[in-house]
Design a protein around this ligand. Structure first.
Ligand SMILES: O=C(O)CCC(=O)C(=O)O
Length: 376
């Protein structure tokens, strides 16, 4: 067996479990248990009955409450919230390259972002699917800035997590308001994430940092959508100056038409150990450990909406971080000249599993190269 496959199996057998399930706790853990069993082990868990006391759980299903609260800004201007618009609900995700139309090259596409009053944002989210998809979110501590008038309806931190993580308040607290049309592509963050769902459900697919090679991280040219309200049209343009973004190539939910081709392009993902899957319901918190890869979809509540808050705490840049970074910096270059687009040769992290993993009987000749890889 290839050493990488041994690693994937070992972490499951020794720590994470061999099913696609993560640990479930019926109520919040003590800080000590949380630190010992989950943070130190870099292991996710789902905590039920975690937000019972939050007024947000009842208040935020009422649009007029949200609009009233966010219009009572101390200045005369109503506060504006960041609304991310895309043609298909996939922001910060791979999309067909805007100019290289003849091939199947891809780019990394960011959303068109507008700052609008909350009433308009809610209306646009409700109309998602009519030629655009709207997702109210901004990963810049937006609960404590754009939505500060709502902050009293939840907690400024998750107390048992704050204590376990060293006593400092979260670095950022972000609010996400969307529905089933928006999804978040596979990526990882350098934060300990306490992800609290207020309404609707979030569906996570998770992979541990040890499985980094299964994500086929490659460099893609950065691009951004612009949306014209008059024409109701999106255009996708490459960023200027040009820059590349290293991003995960795998979509865990390919449509039936492309499934076979995705499986053959990304066999280490589709044929390796099952990823962990968890649905987080209103009132629950997911502990998503630092450096874990996550892909997120959502289902709305009866009002047609999904609302969540993530608390990003500083992670420890400790020995685990050093090991994970080292692992990510290992690039495997096949001797066979596998054809792969958008990719520097050193990035050919197993576009063809047979080239270097023991799946079909033998491990052919390999060159293993250790190269600096960009953070993402
Ligand atoms: O809820 C989402 O759409 C994405 C959440 C996420 O990526 C995060 O909390 O890091």
């Amino acid at each position: 067996m290839h050493p990488l496959q041994t690693l994937w199996d070992d972490v499951r057998e020794l720590s994470l479990g061999t099913t696609a399930e993560i640990s479930r706790l019926p109520s919040p853990p003590s800080p000590l248990n949380f630190l010992r069993d989950f943070v130190s082990a870099n292991k996710p868990c789902l905590i039920s009955s975690a937000l019972r006391h939050w007024p947000a759980l009842s208040n935020w299903s009422d649009d007029s409450y949200l609009i009233r609260s966010l219009s009572s800004h101390p200045s005369d201007d109503p506060s504006l919230v960041s609304l991310h618009l895309t043609p298909n609900g996939r922001a910060d995700a791979l999309a067909p390259h805007p100019t290289d139309c003849g091939s199947d090259s891809l780019c990394f596409a960011s959303a068109h972002v507008e700052r609008v009053p909350i009433g308009e944002a809610l209306e646009m989210i409700g109309r998602s699917g009519e030629g655009f998809v709207a997702y109210a979110q901004q990963q810049n501590d937006c609960l404590r800035s754009e939505y500060s008038e709502l902050a009293a309806d939840c907690e400024e931190d998750i107390p048992w997590a704050t204590e376990a993580l060293g006593g400092c308040l979260p670095e950022a607290v972000n609010l996400w308001i969307g529905n089933q049309f928006s999804e978040t592509s596979f990526h990882k963050d350098h934060y300990e994430n306490l992800y609290a769902v207020v309404s609707g459900e979030k569906h996570f697919v998770l992979l541990p940092p040890t499985d980094v090679h299964r994500m086929y991280i490659r460099s893609y040219p950065a691009a951004h959508y612009s949306y014209s309200k008059e024409d109701r049209k999106f255009t996708l343009e490459l960023d200027e100056p040009a820059r590349d973004v290293p991003w995960c190539s795998v979509n865990p939910h390919p449509s039936l038409e492309v499934k076979d081709s995705e499986v053959s392009q990304f066999p280490m993902y589709f044929k390796g150990p099952k990823p962990f899957e968890v649905t987080v319901k209103a009132g629950e918190i997911l502990y998503l450990p630092s450096m874990w890869f996550h892909h997120v979809r959502q289902s709305p509540d009866s009002q047609g909406r999904t609302i969540a808050i993530n608390y990003w705490y500083d992670m420890q840049f400790d020995i685990k971080y050093a090991y994970f970074s080292f692992l990510q910096s290992m690039r495997f270059v096949s001797m066979h000249n596998s054809k792969s687009q958008n990719q520097a040769p050193a990035d050919e992290a197993g576009s063809n599993l047979k080239d270097y993993l023991h799946i079909n009987g033998s491990i052919p000749n390999l060159i293993e190269s250790f190269e600096e890889s960009e953070d993402f």
